[in-house]
Design a protein around this ligand. Structure first.
Ligand SMILES: [Zn+2]
Length: 205
């Protein structure tokens, strides 16, 4: 009996950790299936960011791939950005706008977009919903197309009050060389955060 009383608060605490994200998502023009997809992707994004946070170490291969040579000030910048991303998913009220099939805002190859000065809105283009869900994806799928969770991380990192990142490089090949030649630039590059979080998640799975 006594044991149960002691364990109860711990169990509630771990349940809260599991159920942390998402905060209060709002949806515009999204079907019920799309809403449920977005919520799953948010849980995955939060888990991926948590996995990445503990992998910010000098010896970590995923960290080195996406942020290059270890240097404490750069590692601190990456840690701060991951933490801001997690907080944003956990706390911010975000509206997810599902763009229609022939939206003029969605160029070919655009999965999603944001306006960096509006951290309360993400626009999702139809191809976004064709991306794999990180928790179900194979390594190859993650490497080939990226994931829905990774895309949310990429976009949210652009918010001025979250990571204020740019698009200095796109795709895994280019961004892994960018990490070697410009490790400082990688810490303010959206794809670098996406790939680090996706790889950290796969590694921890
Ligand atoms: Zn971008």
């Amino acid at each position: 009996m006594l044991k149960q009383i002691i364990l109860a608060p711990l169990m509630i605490f771990s349940l809260l950790l599991t159920l942390a994200p998402p905060a209060q998502a709002g949806f515009l023009n999204c079907s019920a299936a799309q809403q449920s997809d977005i919520e799953k992707a948010l849980f995955n994004a939060f888990d991926a960011l948590s996995a990445a946070t503990v992998q910010i170490t000098p010896q970590n291969g995923a960290y080195q791939s996406w942020f290059g040579r270890w240097e404490p000030a750069r590692a601190k910048k990456v840690r701060t950005t991951l933490s801001a991303l997690k907080n944003h998913i956990r706390i911010a009220k975000i509206t997810y706008v599902c763009e229609p099939a022939r939206s003029s805002s969605c160029d070919a190859g655009t999965f999603a977009f944001v306006y960096p000065n509006d951290s309360g809105t993400i626009y999702l283009c139809p191809p976004y919903f064709g991306l794999p869900l990180l928790s179900d994806a194979t390594f190859l799928e993650v490497f080939n197309s990226g994931t829905r969770a990774g895309t949310l991380i990429h976009e949210m990192s652009h918010y001025e009050d979250v990571g204020d990142t740019d698009d200095r490089c796109y795709n895994r090949d280019v961004c892994s060389s960018f990490a070697r030649t410009s490790p400082g630039g990688a810490t303010i590059n959206a794809d670098s955060y996406q790939y680090f979080a996706e790889d950290a998640y796969l590694k921890s799975r």
